[in-house]
Write a protein that binds this ligand. Sequence first.
Ligand code: PLP
Length: 547
Amino acid sequence: MKKIQQLFQSEDGNIEQRENFLSLLEKIVSSLDELKNPKTTTLGPMKERSDNFYKELMQENQVPTSGVGLDQVVDELTQLMQGHPYHTHNFVTNVLPMASIPGILGQFTNALLNGNNLWDVYGPAAAECEVKVVAMMSKLVGYDYTQSFGYTTWGGQGAVFSGLRLAIAKQFPNAKEDGVPNNLYCFASENAHYSLLKSIEAVGIGSKHLIRIKAGKDHSMDIEDLRMRMTEVIENGGIPVYVVATTGATDQFAIDDVQAIKKVTTDLEQKHSLKPIHIHADSALGGFYAFFNDYDFKANPLQLETDVLQGLEQIKERMQYLPIADSLCFDFQKLGQTPYLTSLFLIKEGKHLQLLDIEDFDTPYVGNRGYGSYHTGYTLECSRMGSSIAIYAALQAFGKEGYQQILANYVRVNLAFRAQLAEKTPMLQVVNESNIGPVTAFRLYPEGFNWKSEQSGSYTQDQIEYINGINASLFEIIGEGRDEVFFGDTTRVCTVSTSDTKQQLPVAAAKFFSISPYTETEHIGDMIQFLQQKVKVLEDAKVEYSH
Ligand SMILES: *Cc1c(COP(=O)(O)O)cnc(C)c1O
């Protein structure tokens, strides 16, 4: 047993076991450091994966008969780092940030304690932090913290799902026992995250009852289309239960107008005597810009440049309406700078969670005792990791100002990228001009074509597909060079209408996502040069450029 005990932290805090543990940690961190190179976006050279790569892994691996020893384990962990993407200044793909030190320390503390966030008897640290961060973020966003509640859950996806469970329970408190009625409908922008699609499938509403609302020129939900589609559903005997307002969409940072959406739902509730329709603001990504909701834009204490300030004010214009939503989400592993998985689900009226709770009889080994009562029977999870500890640590370390600085820098860098793109590579055109934020979606146009005409619906289906094809080729070329500059891409940043068919067609675009704390405006020039080279590679490959 002694040997097995050495695989654990000490029982008594002795120095020898601590130093062994710390030396292993030191080895992991220093091995990581050795692999770092700010001129690339990977740790060491990128890994090539053959077609058989995963199959071979399956063939080669089995549980060893005897344990291999911690030194070898650390060696193997170090090998896993080889070729891993790393968030240097040239890492501008999607919203995959570097985990900050406070976030890691929080997660680490959580791992050391290994509390179970199921209830406070087993995980008091996480239970306390959870209550703290729920209150902190409620106050930040403008919820009444004496009414609101929330919990950490499985991603922005989990928040969309939990919002839907609440939405159904509020209108049909017996649905838990009786099942879900077959005439329920949910609504979201065509640019919403696919979380809602999966959720609707999972609760049994059926994905045909997901109504996708057209997006307008700024890629946000077209409010008149929402009103029309909801009215249609009601007149045909359907019951609207859930509207997801995307406040910061993943591909182009479109921000739906929660206030306008609320007006539509209240109008319809009154007109048709409906029960309240739950609005979830999918703020997983964009919600962090609520850190500017009480920024003094006149005094400008952080001395932000005029264009950055304007961009942030434009975001605030929409983010100030977040507290109108019945529920919200903050994916701290995105703009909150903490490791995976640290998502916070917030509910305006915390009491509604009771609708999801299960009876004490059904949770025999946890629940309400004299010695503990923080009971999370309303979560879909049973055991939960205490991710609120990492969130708490990050909120403390950054403070409002720290978040404001890093979030403003994403905008600053992004605006610089757009400016240089326009100046130096006119064939690469920004397709989300009106969405200021951390992301720019840009699309390559052959001679004679441009985004303006495409967006206004002047191109034929063939022409749009042709441009999509060219962009797909460009993605491949840019992607091959991702160890140098790591851009993102999307096959559907939005849809456009065609001049010759009734179809809406997807628009493919490359993505610049400012997400590394190390990306600064001075780095943009090199990235633009990288893009120029890649466009040239595409041209030299003799892709036919006129049509
Ligand atoms: C990332 C994202 C999600 C999904 O969140 P996960 O944490 O990956 O589950 C949902 N909605 C939006 C708007 C997102 O950006």
